[in-house]
Design a binder for this molecule. Structure first.
Ligand code: FAD
Ligand code: DHB
Length: 392
């Protein structure tokens, strides 16, 4: 097989990129290790920045989103019996966020790609890439038990944190920045009517977050230990912690519904730079992950492929590689701002196991500062709704 752009991974990064290239008449093939059913039901993020929603509209894949999404105009932070209420449009120049599950985005993107004739191969696992530094890289992959190859002009490594593309770059050419936080998030989906606002909590017992997916489904998280196991979290323990951390020991605020999904996510920042080697371009989680606080991972992946698609279109139309050459630098500017914000929100809202009394007081002072400072609230709000794209 051969194509112009071989895309490894059918997550948000790979699927958005494929649609952008297809629209520009550039041939691409998407290789996805898992089954279609698996990727369409993998529960992850749910907060979409305006830029992500605008891209879905621009690509004509927003019809279901418009019908089913919910719009958040506020973000609440609770601590020490106090409430910080962030009015997002008021603080950020009329911006807001849309709530729509990542797996719903993925379903819509897969359907559109297939309808528009993009070849998306499921259960097609890339095992390695040859000749990334040359003019004709080749992706090796296994499809339906057979070894296959895909020759490409360009390879887009959109295969997530555990993919193979990053390791095709020689280790001595890559700088790795890595910070693991000493805790994780236990996330559940529950048949519970959501709280009126997206609510983050810094409680003595740790972080909690009440989000939603529909008027009948809540997405709820509690800080757990780094090496925790869902087996340690029977339903009753999860509800106990949520009631306590949200501050309603009377247990009346949050309705306990059927829990139909549970999972643990580590809290980690990781950046591999540069995001390009020869004809291989990394995008999304393949080259950076952020801790989930602030809901940036998916949106950052989308920001990368916006830049990459534009650069590839220029390259294939006129042979001009200028934007491709700037791809990594352009993306990394946004990446580090988002790493900074996600780290700030994580540090502000979690209680690390060994937190000193000094650090706890600083954290509470910071929260009190945010409570009383419009400038601090504006900083949180304008990052949460999404920084503007700085296209060159
Ligand atoms: P992915 O979505 O990871 O897509 C990569 C794709 O590549 C996958 O489909 C994978 O199966 C495929 N793949 C991997 N290896 C190969 C291979 N060798 N060959 C072919 N295909 C391959 N972000 C938030 O903002 N909020 C959250 O609450 C949140 N929760 C998360 C929970 C979990 C468990 C995880 C892992 C991430 C979470 N994130 C969250 C982060 C967010 O989901 C990611 O940032 C986003 O999915 C990045 O998109 P992507 O397309 O870069 O990578
Ligand atoms: C959600 C995830 C986040 O990481 C976050 O900061 C807020 C909400 C969510 O899954 O809804």
């Amino acid at each position: 097989m051969r194509t112009q752009v071989g895309i490894v991974g059918a997550g948000p990064a790979g699927l958005f990129l494929a649609l952008l290239l297809q629209r520009a008449g550039i041939d691409c093939v998407v290789l996805e290790a898992r089954s279609r059913d698996y990727v369409e039901s993998r529960v992850r993020a749910g907060v979409l920045e305006q830029g992500t929603v605008d891209l879905m509209a621009d690509l004509g894949v927003d019809a279901r989103l418009r019908r089913e999404c919910m719009i958040d105009e506020a973000l609440d932070i609770r601590f020490s019996g106090k409430l910080i209420h962030l009015d997002l449009p008021g603080l950020s120049g009329d911006k807001l966020v849309h709530i729509y599950g990542q797996q719903e985005v993925v379903k819509d993107l897969i359907a559109a790609n297939l309808a528009r004739g993009v070849r998306v191969l499921f259960e097609a696992e890339a095992t390695g890439i040859d000749d990334v530094a040359g003019n004709q890289p080749v992706i090796r992959f296994k499809h339906q038990g057979k070894d296959e190859t895909l020759a490409c002009d360009i390879v887009a490594g959109c295969d997530g944190f555990h993919g193979v593309c990053r390791s095709a770059i020689p280790a001595d050419l890559l700088t790795i920045y890595d910070r693991e936080f000493p805790f994780g998030w236990l996330g559940i989906m529950s048949e519970s009517p959501p709280l009126p606002e997206m609510t983050y909590v810094n409680h003595d017992r740790g972080f909690a977050l009440a989000s939603r997916r529909s008027p009948h489904v809540s997405r709820l998280y509690v800080q757990c230990s780094l090496d925790d196991d869902v087996a340690n979290w029977p339903d009753a323990r999860i509800w106990d912690e949520l009631h306590i951390r949200l501050g309603y020991t009377a247990r009346t605020e949050l309705k306990e519904g059927r829990i139909f999904q549970k999972g643990i996510t580590p809290c980690r920042s990781f950046v591999a730079a540069p995001m390009r080697h020869g004809r291989l371009f990394l995008a999304g989680d393949a080259c950076h992950i952020v801790p989930p606080t602030g809901a940036k991972g998916l949106n950052l992946a989308v920001a990368d492929v916006r830049v990459l698609a534009r650069a590839l279109i220029e390259f294939f139309r006129g042979g001009n590689a200028g934007r491709l050459d700037r791809y990594s630098d352009t993306c990394l500017k946004r990446v580090w701002k988002v790493v900074r914000y996600s780290t700030y929100m994580t540090t502000l809202l979690h209680r690390p196991p060994e937190q000193t009394p000094f650090d706890r007081e600083i954290q509470l002072a910071e929260l009190d500062y945010v409570l009383n400072s419009r400038a601090a609230q504006t900083t949180i709000a304008e990052n949460y709704v999404g920084l503007p794209f700085e296209d060159e």
